[in-house]
Design a protein around this ligand. Structure first.
Ligand code: DGT
Ligand code: CA
Ligand code: CA
Ligand code: ZN
Length: 581
């Protein structure tokens, strides 16, 4: 049992989600499982530390009843939820991976465990190759083939953290390390610095007057589960959540070269090194060197800063998000690097929810929060009626929301509140609101929340049909993926992008860190197809509005400029786009 400490909301939510995941595998009542997930979402989105709330405060949270409040108290006070500990003993953890394989899911994972003793991906693969899955009740040759194909996908997701989870580990870690005596500067390099949507491990670089205190600070850090190795140049640890951290102390003259090297990506480094070689130079993590007559590195040409190294290679300094060997070195050589989107460019958020559907913040709270973030405009986009469990809006409820918005607008003129709705795309591509009401909305967002399993042809046709509706403005979370949990639905994205561009529908970069949908690579394709982008948070609470930073990083990785992004535009221009004028 770990000692009592201050639990963050994310940590509590993670435990409750795990509880739900494990419960599900025991065949527990789906409503009970759902209750834990809802509570986890509420807590993750809550503004203040749930750990600091008194029992009444806990019970006042949406979806938190007596059992759940008790579970949170147990965790906060004793460092353990007894029910979770018991489940962890009972249910093999490998089943959580088995469950994630496309075509399996929780019910089938439980069945595979009971019938064949499958407790992990290796078991599943063995049983599948032996043809024993096809013989089980409810399975068949087809599902066996699908499962076998899906195992690799799950393996590829394993061991990577979402950027937001990495950030939750990085912030306190960096604070602790920076306190160590003698630290001059510190950077978290690697994929984290490049803003990748998931992170494999953390690569920390430090310049220090004396390496030992900062190495000791890492070894003694409260979040460390295991010290794998330590010395004057490098210390490696594994944190309690499983995240590996490599800390390297480097000398001042080589800091830039080391930062460049350990930021990567590897493919970017490879291209840089060959550019150096073309110039008779040698690039390594120790610097950029002339080659001596013996072929060995001679005089150091550059190394103290990244910019110095790039310039010595006749390159403009390359933003970290672009360092993926996707043409950035050619662009830097030609002086044609894009002016990437920044947070300051954004004038508003065009996708967010309120208590009118499944949001936790009232209209007043969400508007005030957008104002506080300096936005000039925002759109309120609750769900439409098809999503009944969210309290989605039909025309009648929408009319009532507008009355409330009118009354509200009379007292607020600091920010323009656009009237929107996130309208569900039905299975046949029609929209979940009648045309008359669609025409009256300022912003029509459309998205898919059902029938993820359609054939790629049918799924594409469904979405393309929706994009052809003359009132549609934004296609939200276009692939439906959930990071490290589910791949997007299968569809022909290029056809969707072509239709979006033709119908002047912006594609969304949904900045919620569990989605980041579109991701960087498909977003690049959308931009190449001539699509506009809306970078939106899809916030379901005030705290969610700050997810914008993940959207900005992902947009930058896709080479997006302010011109591409409709919510950087002045209100007049945005309105003209929305009106398809
Ligand atoms: P990750 O941790 O899987 O999310 O991805 P990265 O990019 O952080 O990769 P990682 O942690 O393996 O290595 C950090 C950086 O160090 C990487 O981006 C580039 C550099 N690096 C690592 N191994 C090599 C290598 O074999 N060759 C080159 N050129 N660079 C490397
Ligand atoms: Ca890394
Ligand atoms: Ca690493
Ligand atoms: Zn939404």
């Amino acid at each position: 049992m770990s000692p009592p400490r201050r639990y963050g909301n994310d940590e509590i939510a993670l435990r409750l989600e795990r509880l739900a995941d494990l419960l599900e595998l025991t065949g527990a009542n789906p409503f009970r499982v759902r209750a834990y997930r809802t509570a986890a979402e509420t807590i993750a989105a809550h503004d203040v530390r749930v750990a600091d709330l008194p029992p009444e405060g806990l019970l006042a949270l949406k979806g938190v009843g007596k059992d759940l409040a008790q579970a949170v108290r147990d965790l906060v006070e004793h460092g353990e939820i007894p029910q979770l500990t018991e489940l962890e003993r009972e249910v093999p953890v490998g089943l959580l991976d088995v469950k994630r394989v496309p075509g399996v899911g929780p019910k089938r994972a439980a069945a595979l465990w009971q019938a064949l003793g499958v407790t992990g991906l290796d078991d599943l693969e063995r049983e599948g190759r032996a043809g024993r899955l096809a013989g089980l009740a409810g399975f068949g040759e087809k599902s066996q083939a699908k499962i076998l194909a899906g195992i690799e996908r799950v393996r590829a997701h394993q061991g990577r953290l979402r950027l937001v989870d990495a950030e939750a580990a990085v912030v306190p870690l960096v604070a602790a390390l920076e306190e160590a005596p003698g630290v001059v500067r510190l950077d978290v390099a690697g994929s984290y610095r490049r803003g990748r949507e998931t992170v494999g491990d953390l690569d920390v670089l430090v310049e220090a007057n004396d390496p030992e205190p900062v190495m000791a600070a890492l070894r003694d850090y409260h979040g460390v589960a295991e010290v794998q190795g330590t010395g004057p140049a490098k210390t490696s640890v594994v944190l309690a959540g499983g995240l590996q951290v490599d800390l390297r102390v480097v000398e001042r003259e080589a800091y830039g070269a080391a930062l460049l090297y350990f930021t990567g990506s590897k493919a970017h480094n490879v291209e840089l090194r060959s550019r150096a070689a073309e110039r008779g130079l040698r690039l390594s993590e120790y610097g950029l060197f002339e080659l001596g007559d013996d072929g060995e590195p001679g005089r150091r040409v550059a190394g103290a800063t990244e910019g110095e190294v790039y310039r010595a290679l006749d390159l403009e300094p390359i933003p970290v998000e672009l360092r993926e060997a996707r043409g950035e070195i050619e662009a830097a050589a030609a002086g044609t690097l894009p002016r990437l989107l920044t947070h300051e460019d954004l004038r508003g958020d065009l996708h967010l929810h309120t208590t009118w559907s499944d949001g936790l913040g009232s209209v007043a709270e969400m508007v005030a929060a957008c104002e506080a973030r300096g936005y000039a405009y925002m759109a309120i986009t609750d769900h439409s009626q098809a999503l009944r469990m969210t309290g989605g809006l039909d025309a009648e409820k929408l009319a009532r929301q507008w009355e409330a918005l009118d009354a509200f607008a009379a007292e607020h003129d600091g920010i323009t509140v656009l009237r929107g709705l996130e309208v569900d795309i039905r299975k046949d591509g029609t929209l979940d609101l009648d045309d008359e009401w669609l025409a009256r909305l300022d912003v029509v967002i459309v998205s898919v929340h059902s029938f993820f399993d359609l054939s790629p042809v049918a799924q594409t046709a469904r979405i393309v049909a929706a994009l052809g509706h003359p009132e549609v403005n934004v296609l939200a979370h276009p692939t439906g993926r959930v990071l490290a949990r589910r791949d997007g639905y299968e569809l022909d994205l290029d056809e969707v992008f072509a239709a979006a561009a033709a119908h002047r529908v912006a594609v969304e970069l949904n900045a919620a860190p569990s989605r980041l949908d579109l991701g960087d690579v498909p977003l690049m394709r959308a931009l190449a197809a001539g699509c506009q982008v809306a970078v939106n948070t899809d916030a379901h609470a005030v705290a969610g509005l700050d997810d914008m930073r993940f959207g900005v990083l992902t947009a930058r990785r896709a080479w997006a400029t302010p011109e591409h992004v409709i919510n950087t535009w002045p209100l007049d221009r945005l309105k003209a786009f929305l009106a398809k004028a």
